[in-house]
Design a binder for this molecule. Structure first.
Ligand code: FAD
Length: 295
């Protein structure tokens, strides 16, 4: 099936789309958005300087029609989601967003209701636009390079004035192997210092539940869950987090969840492999001491 990937040069996101693309086509083609250096071997590689769906959707639809692509893969990022809609409208093609599973026979899965349910679809062949949810597919290693052909950008209907980077230090949550997340049970913003200490010893990152973000203890960029970041660490510490379904939606791919909560009936324990029932103010310092003792 003739497959086109559309994404920026971000190797991790692109790698996940390549993994999906290879289910349908040995060497999918790619449109790389923006100016980053493209890694990996593709059938054909095009470049579009702009990233705004409103500006480039119809131009890309022309390319897709002329090349006869049947499957168009984007990611569930701001850029991918912003482009998928205009593209599907210009193509008159169906779209499925936030895909979490897909098979070569075009059986497609999406998780629903904060990962409490899975919906399964059967798509007919023909132009089909999919946005692939991050962290559900192992990223392919992108070896080699492919020269890109510049595609003209359509009329700029919307101009991007400025992008203001979120101020965050340390390892990005999406890439962290270990995450220590604090919830409303942490009590104050200052108490997150102890979680920072623990994450530092584990070379990890600190996240937050929406409860903690709503309290103003952590910035929105640290929120994990349905309306926050989707993460997939090897170890996820949930400290003072109740385990609401919307929070669990962000950690469904975490390998090992360790919960610390003083309420032994907290929902987070259903998701946890290891649990400590008790006050985190005792449990976390004890863990920190153990980590220090064991180097
Ligand atoms: C549309 C929608 C989208 C949402 N998206 C998200 C999302 O992306 N992410 C998200 O997290 N939530 C999200 N929510 C909110 C979610 O429903 C919960 O309200 C939220 O996750 C609760 O945060 P919390 O667990 O920190 O707080 P709480 O539910 O208040 O839980 C605090 C926990 O801390 C424990 N605790 C208290 N003191 C201590 C102590 N000293 N030691 C140990 N444990 C202690 C308590 O027993 C309790 O279990 C969303 C809600 C909606 C409606």
């Amino acid at each position: 099936m003739k497959t086109l990937i559309i994404e920026t040069a971000n190797a991790k996101i692109l790698g996940e789309l390549v993994t999906v693309g290879r289910l349908f086509c040995a060497t999918p083609d790619v449109v790389v958005l923006g100016s980053g250096e493209l890694a990996g071997s593709y059938g054909k590689a095009f470049r579009v300087a702009d990233t705004l769906g409103a500006n480039i959707g119809s131009g890309l639809a022309d390319l897709i029609k002329s090349e006869g692509y049947e499957l168009i893969l984007l990611s569930t990022t701001a850029i991918g989601s912003g482009l998928a809609g205009p593209l599907a409208v210009s193509l008159g093609a169906p779209i499925l967003s936030e895909v979490t599973g897909i098979a070569p026979d075009l059986t497609i899965e999406r998780s629903l209701y904060g990962s409490k349910a899975v919906a399964r679809y059967q798509a007919a062949s023909g132009p089909l636009v999919l946005t692939i949810k991050r962290k559900y597919f192992e990223a392919a290693v992108l070896e080699g390079t492919t020269p890109t052909v510049d595609l003209p950008v359509g009329p700029q209907r919307i101009a991007l004035l400025e992008e203001i980077d979120e101020e965050r230090q340390g390892i990005p949550l999406e890439d962290a192997e270990v995450i220590v997340t604090g919830g409303r049970g942490i009590g104050t913003g200052d108490n997150f210092t102890i979680l920072n200490d623990m994450a530092g010893l584990l070379n990890g990152a600190v996240g937050a539940s929406r409860g903690a973000v709503d309290e103003g203890w952590m910035p929105p960029g640290a929120q994990i869950g349905q309306t926050g970041k989707i993460v997939a660490p090897n170890v996820y510490f949930a400290v003072g987090v109740s385990g609401a379904s919307q929070h669990l939606a962000g950690i469904s791919n975490a390998k090992c969840v360790v919960a610390i909560n003083k309420d032994n009936e907290a929902n987070i324990f259903k998701r946890a492999r290891f649990g400590i029932v008790g006050d985190y103010k005792k449990a976390v310092p004890a863990l920190i001491n153990a980590l220090k003792e064991n180097g």
